[in-house]
Design a protein around this ligand. Structure first.
Ligand code: ZN
Length: 208
């Protein structure tokens, strides 16, 4: 709650500019007003290499993009994974977010490619099939003549809904549809699953 510090006099710092920075920072994920204030002071008032941070942010914003094929975060498009000759294009792993690729790549056991949906179906939040790139997913599967699609989505209600939708879309295709074995915590984000659990869940993946 910003309370009285939202006032026109710039709040407790008597600085509308600093107030603006605090408000802007507090909109970042995981930052409340208190941490945002501390961070704002650190960035502006304290002597610190803030220029370097500003430069790093602007550089990352300039360089970082989504791979137009798979949706991974990359600086080159198509990404390193999509263009690698040692990757098997017949294996496609469906994930919801680009960060879900990281535990797979860290563990290093998967040599197929990925497709990032960029979200999960959630009618309650107004995220419907038309909002996610299912058309592009199907196109890619046909283009690469994918033999196995591995569904690696969270085991939340939204993850299940999305998995069922993918299953329905691919029903008539001549491919194997599998999903990670249980072991991923219910409702837990895939990105936070440890490598051993992930590898086991992959090894014991089952037909869907
Ligand atoms: Zn890619």
């Amino acid at each position: 709650m910003a309370g009285r510090s939202e006032g026109t006099d710039g709040g407790e710092f008597q600085s509308p500019a600093l107030e603006r920075l605090v408000r802007s920072l507090s909109r970042l994920p995981g930052l409340g007003r208190k941490s945002a204030t501390r961070l704002a002071l650190y960035l502006v008032v304290d002597e610190n290499p803030a220029e370097d941070l500003v430069d790093a942010i602007s550089c990352a914003r300039e360089q970082v993009r989504h791979c137009s094929r798979c949706g991974a975060i990359t600086e080159q498009d198509p990404c390193r994974i999509c263009t690698s000759a040692s990757r098997d294009p017949k294996l496609l792993c469906i994930v919801s977010s680009p960060v879900d690729i990281l535990p797979f790549e860290k563990a290093g056991f998967f040599n197929g490619r990925y497709f990032v949906l960029g979200g999960l179906l959630s009618p309650l939040d107004g995220i419907r099939a038309g909002d996610l790139p299912f058309d592009r997913m199907v196109e890619l599967i046909q283009q690469d003549e994918v033999a196995e699609v591995i569904i690696a989505l969270d085991s939340s209600v939204e993850g299940e809904t999305t998995a069922l939708y993918v299953q329905r879309l691919l029903q008539t295709s001549d491919l194997q549809l599998t999903r990670l074995a249980t072991g991923i915590p219910v409702g837990g984000a895939l990105a936070y699953t440890d490598e051993v659990t992930l590898q086991r869940a992959f090894q014991f993946r089952r037909a869907f």
